[in-house]
Each structure stands twice: as C-alpha cells, then as structure tokens.
Design a protein around this ligand. Structure first.
Ligand SMILES: Nc1ncnc2c1ncn2[C@@H]1O[C@H](COP(=O)(O)OP(=O)(O)OP(=O)(O)O)[C@@H](O)[C@H]1O
Ligand SMILES: [Mg+2]
Length: 239
C-alpha cells in the first residue's frame, strides 16, 4: 500500500488504482491568451468498471481523455497506471500495451478497408503474431458490432458514418488493452445500435475485467455506466 498516492478518491487497501489522475491541470494558449481547461483533476479508475464522463461541449472532455490516454501531457499533476507514472513508463509503451482510444474524430485510415484498419492496429500493438489470426479476429469483432460482411473489405471512406464508428470501436477492442477510452462512441449510431454497442462495452468491463471510460452526451449511455463523472468549470466531479 502506498501512502504517497493517498489523495481524494484514490487508493484502496488492495493497492494503487488501475489508473489514477492526481492534481492534473492543463493550460493552453490560444490567440495569446492562456486558458486553463482542467484544474486540479483527481480521479481514480478501477478495472472491471465502466465510467461515463459528461459535460457541455467545450468543457474539456476530449482534453482529459488525451491526457489519461498518454496522447498529451498535463501542465501539472501526474497520471499513474498500476502505480507507475505513465510519463516515466514512456507514453508510447503505455499506449501500445495498456490504453486504446476510440477517437471522437475516429481517425480511421480511409484508404484502407475496415479489416485492414483493425489488423494494422493489431500489428503495431503486437496482438496476435500471425496475419491469418489477426484477420479472423478483425472479422469476428466487426460481426460482433453488427458491421455487415459486405462492408468488411470496403475502404472505410466508402462506409457510412455509423459503420465507420463501429470500425473505430472494433480497432480499439482488437488491441486487447487494460483501459479503453471512447470519446462519444455512439454519436453516429441509431438508438438500437447504440444500445448494443454499450452492451459490448459493459461486457468488456464486467466480464473481461477491463476499465472502460466513455465520454458521452447521451443520458441513456451515461445511465448504463457504473459511475458518472461531470466536467464542470475544469473540475471533475460526481454527476
Ligand atoms: N491545444 C489546444 N490549444 C488551444 N485550445 C484548445 C486546445 N485543446 C483544446 N482546446 C480548447 O479547449 C476547449 C475544450 O476542448 P475539448 O475538445 O476538450 O472539449 P469537449 O468537452 O471534448 O467538447 P465536445 O463535447 O464538443 O467534444 C475547446 O474550447 C477547445 O477549443
Ligand atoms: Mg470532445
């Protein structure tokens, strides 16, 4: 048990949280003006739980995910994964082995097919060594998320927004990481499809023991999570 991490909402007697954000702030400069987007954010996230982060547009939700997933560095504060500062671990190593993101802007490689987008991510992160196994897993995930077989080998540029969103989710799931960050993962989906995707995330947390952190504007999606946190004037508070 570490005592140095004994800040608000953190350590348990069983050891450090899976992911722990301590005293994190993020200040940016835009048009010569400094703006503090996040102020003293303290929050721990546990394995086997699904969290929702809510808040108005522009409140800093994507910024917070970028920090927690190692894509951006905080102005102050630390982010620890299994008790280790991720900047000391190396952000590349943290991202490759432990964290995956479904981006708000998807960031698919549009000239590649749905399957290629997924298998190339698996290749980078070292999941499954044989190309055939990677391909089979990609198809399995696309089927799980309801992407029609006729779409699996089309360039993602030619897919609908909802189909692209599910390819992006499949790509993140394929990386088999400990923490899955998903930024508005159901924004382009109809109600029924969104529900089935949320069920996939719930199983990932509750059955596979992963930590799922979703940003959402949907009340239904937030209500399906174990914990709902709200960004309010730069601070993260229980909703
Ligand atoms: N690097 C940066 N430099 C300047 N401004 C930034 C930077 N990153 C984010 N911002 C600004 O910070 C604010 C918060 O952005 P962010 O994308 O985190 O909001 P959000 O809560 O995800 O919003 P939305 O719900 O619309 O996706 C926005 O006004 C954005 O323009
Ligand atoms: Mg955002």
């Amino acid at each position: 048990m570490t005592t140095e991490t004994a800040t608000a909402g953190t350590p348990t007697e069983t050891g450090p949280a899976l992911l722990e954000i301590s005293g994190v702030s993020r200040t940016v400069t835009a048009r010569n003006r400094r703006r503090t987007l996040l102020k003293d954010v303290n929050q721990s996230f546990e394995a086997g739980r699904m969290y929702a982060i809510v808040g108005p547009s522009g409140s800093g939700k994507t910024t917070l995910l970028s920090l927690a997933s190692g894509l951006d560095a905080p102005t102050t504060g630390t982010i620890r994964f299994q008790g280790r500062d991720i900047s000391e671990m190396g952000l590349g190593r943290y991202r490759n082995r432990h964290a995956a993101t479904v981006f708000q802007s998807l960031n698919l490689i549009t000239y590649m097919t749905a399957v290629q987008n997924i298998t190339s991510a698996m290749e980078i992160t070292g999941v499954k060594s044989r190309p055939g196994a990677r391909k089979r897993r990609a198809v399995e995930l696309l089927e799980l998320l309801g992407v029609e077989p006729t779409e699996h080998h089309r360039r993602t540029l030619q897919l609908s927004g909802g189909q692209q969103q599910r390819v992006a989710i499949a790509r993140a799931l394929a990386c088999e990481v400990d923490v899955l960050f998903a930024d508005e993962p159901t924004g382009a989906l109809d109600h029924e499809t969104a529900e089935s995707i949320v069920e996939v995330f719930r199983k990932l947390a509750h059955e596979d023991g992963k930590c799922v952190i979703l940003v959402t504007h949907s009340r239904e999606v937030a209500a399906a999570c174990d914990e709902v946190l709200q960004l309010k004037r730069g601070r993260l508070v229980p909703a």
